[in-house]
Design a protein around this ligand. Structure first.
Ligand code: MN
Length: 243
């Protein structure tokens, strides 16, 4: 039993070193500046405050859901990713870098690191339904080119969210070829090597039951339909234009 435990520990260490080596080697050939920082001290993640009140998304997303979702669920992902990274060689590597080798990561890092990244984005790309926002001309052009119209994008992303089996996310992603819609299971995201469609997510839709069950019960499609009125297109446009 002791030698089994020892072997498991050793294997974990080898995998961790491998990921670390792959990421550092990859960075060394592309950029040098960020690497100096990454070799530094371990990163400790914290839950970012909401950019609005808990009640700001009413009546689309109720206050109690927001409190539980942000203060309890997101906090748990943060606590658990910090715990999973503690005292490992991965602790000093930013999550966005780690996601590139998600398939090799310990499940606790992949799931909780993904949970932290995904929720941090989710809070930012929403705003009060009273605040009317629209895609920037630049983003709208890309949407029309990729999907035909904004309504067709909404249709496609809604379908991605409602048909995602079990828990997961729907995404609008900036890829090398333009925009794409996709979905991922659990807390995976399009920055991960395991994603069907890879790219930079600029809009995220959480379709886990904890995101809607108190108000919408089992009716995920109703939540997804209503959710469009809290999308903060100003923020999505900013993320689209970011180089
Ligand atoms: Mn969630």
């Amino acid at each position: 039993m002791r030698s089994y435990t020892f072997t498991v520990q050793l294997m974990k260490q080898i995998v961790t070193s491998l990921i670390s080596a792959v990421l550092f080697a990859g960075c060394a050939t592309t950029t040098t500046a960020p690497m100096k920082e990454q070799k530094g001290s371990p990163i400790s993640y914290t839950v970012p405050p909401l950019p609005y009140e808990y009640s700001a998304l009413e009546p689309v997303i109720d206050t109690e859901t927001m409190k539980l979702h942000h203060d309890k669920h997101h906090q748990a992902y943060v606590d658990n990713v910090n715990k999973a990274l503690a005292a490992t060689e991965l602790a000093s590597i930013p999550l966005e870098q780690l996601f590139k080798t998600a398939s090799m990561l310990p499940p606790a890092v992949r799931n909780n690191g993904g949970g932290h990244y995904n929720h941090s984005l989710f809070w930012q790309v929403m705003s009060s339904p009273k605040k009317v926002t629209t895609p920037s001309p630049e983003l709208l052009l890309a949407i029309n080119s990729a999907f035909g119209s904004l309504d067709l994008l909404k249709e496609k992303m809604s379908a991605a969210g409602t048909t995602r089996f079990g828990s997961g996310w729907a995404w609008l992603v900036k890829t090398d070829g333009g925009l794409a819609v996709t979905s991922t299971p659990n807390q995976d995201n399009p920055l991960m090597d395991v994603a069907d469609v890879k790219g930079t997510p600029i809009l995220a839709l959480d379709v886990w039951e904890h995101a809607y069950y108190l108000k919408y019960k089992n009716k995920r499609a109703d939540y997804v339909k209503a959710w469009w009125s809290v999308v903060n297109w100003d923020e999505v446009s900013r993320r689209y234009s970011k180089k």
